[in-house]
Design a protein around this ligand. Structure first.
Ligand code: HEM
Length: 417
């Protein structure tokens, strides 16, 4: 590992955030388990290891079902949401799917997966298509569109809000609250960011509690009403459980999808030959989107706690209570798995990339996310012979959610046949 001595995955460094892939490659090709001095994380970067770790029950998204923080000798305020100052965020996290382990996870997840079948997502296709067309039409009229502010943000929040039952007038509020709340997940959020995330989480919770009360009085054809009525193992869900589940759907369903859309269109703009494969019909948008997700995933790594005394991987023992980063952005470009992994090649059509995770926390929204991406690629390919970016393009400074702050493309009218 001597070649790695000068290396850190510095998530506050704009250079690393802009292009983490060369640093990933150095680590991945030097060692299978990387634990740099002074870093609290143990990094896994190879496809086979990350794939297996997502399914390994000796690793957990939480440890609280088995240990107290004291038993694991954790510093005060770890995890961050146990800090008494961030109690609104903690109230959300208490029942957040990603933060639960079986049996609580199994019970809540079963309920949500019933609403998120590929068939249910497919049923939304006409509405999703209509939303995409409406948003792109405004851009077509003026000749360009900011894919972040004027398209993807409204597109994905609109879809998930509609599914849950948030009225159209409140979509902008949800967008703002979601954006502020998820900042807590950045690798090292500042105190100000944490305070803002906590207060947004509080407002988010209060908003949803009110909406739940409203739905209890007057049911509607939406997921919120379904959750209120659902019986799981003979019990009803509590309001807190419904709130946290709705929040995670609204946030996960929105942030990752926005970033996936912009990363994908930026990749096509940088590889005109690949866009021609779509235009000519040689590769369908449905297959192409898998390469978009493999090549530049919107979520770069997920962390797990080591829950067993002896967690050994490739001859390295990682101690109980340590945190392991499953670097899916690195694993997706492992040459042991993919030929020419740094090439964006939509003919690969590989659905085994790790961008949706794996195991019990595998992304619930994957069918919906795929449908959103497919729709955007299809709709843009109807009008654009080439994808032309109008600078300046601005990357999001955040690492955990990898995407753009501004990405403007030229838009033409759809040519009549
Ligand atoms: C391209 C877009 C998306 C990507 C790349 C993505 C990625 C992921 C990943 C990697 C995980 C697993 C995290 C872990 O194991 O720690 C996950 C979980 C999850 N995703 Fe997504 N996601 C996307 C879109 C969506 C959408 C649209 C929704 C909902 C409408 C959604 C809802 C969820 C939920 C609820 C979980 C937690 C599942 C659980 O803990 O059991 N995601 N997602």
């Amino acid at each position: 590992m001597t070649g790695l001595r000068d290396l850190v995955f510095d998530t506050a460094d704009p250079g690393f955030v802009a292009d983490p892939y060369p640093a990933y490659a150095r680590v991945r090709e030097s060692t299978s388990v990387w634990h740099p001095a002074g870093d609290h994380l143990w990094y896994l970067t190879r496809y086979a290891d990350v794939h297996a770790a997502f399914r390994d029950r000796r690793l957990g998204t939480s440890f609280l079902h088995r240990y107290t923080p004291e038993e694991l000798n954790l510093a005060p305020g770890i995890p961050v949401w146990r800090d008494p100052r961030w109690k609104d965020f903690a109230a959300f996290e208490r029942w957040e799917l990603l933060n639960l382990e079986p049996p609580a996870h199994t019970r809540l997840r079963r309920l949500v997966t019933e609403a998120f079948t590929p068939r249910a997502a497919e049923g939304l296709r006409p509405k999703i298509q209509e939303r995409a067309r409406r948003l792109l039409q405004t851009g077509r009229e003026i000749g360009s569109i900011d894919l972040v502010a004027s398209y993807a943000q409204h597109f994905s929040i609109g879809i998930i809000c509609e599914l849950i039952g948030v009225p159209e007038d409140d979509h902008a509020t949800i967008l703002k609250l979601s954006d502020a709340t998820i900042r807590m997940y950045e690798p090292a959020p500042s105190e100000e960011l944490r305070a803002a995330a906590n207060s947004a989480a509080g407002e988010f919770r209060r908003y949803l509690l009110k909406l739940i009360a409203l739905r209890r009085r007057r049911a509607a054809d939406d997921l919120l009403t379904a959750m209120i009525g659902a019986m799981v193992d003979g019990e009803r869900l509590t309001d807190d459980q419904i709130v946290s589940t709705s929040m995670v759907l609204l946030m996960a369903g929105h942030e990752a999808a926005v970033n996936a859309t912009t990363n994908g269109i930026a990749a096509f703009a940088a590889h005109p030959g690949q866009w021609q494969l779509i235009r000519s019909g040689e590769v369908s948008p449905r297959l192409a989107l898998e390469e978009v997700l493999r090549y530049d995933p919107p979520l770069q790594w997920f962390e797990r706690w080591v829950l067993d005394e002896k967690f050994e991987i490739n001859g390295v023992t990682i101690p109980l209570g340590a945190r392991v980063a499953l670097v899916l952005g690195a694993a997706n470009r492992d040459p042991r798995k993919y030929e020419d992994p740094d090439q964006f090649d939509i003919r690969r059509a590989d659905t085994n990339h790790l961008s949706f995770g794996g195991g019990i926390h595998f992304c619930i929204g994957a069918p919906l996310a795929r449908l959103e991406l497919e729709t955007t690629i299809t709709e843009l390919s109807r009008s654009e012979a080439e994808l032309v970016i109008i600078p300046p393009t601005i990357r999001r400074p955040t690492f955990q959610f990898r995407g753009y702050e501004r990405l403007v493309i030229a838009l033409s009218e759809i040519a009549e046949d």
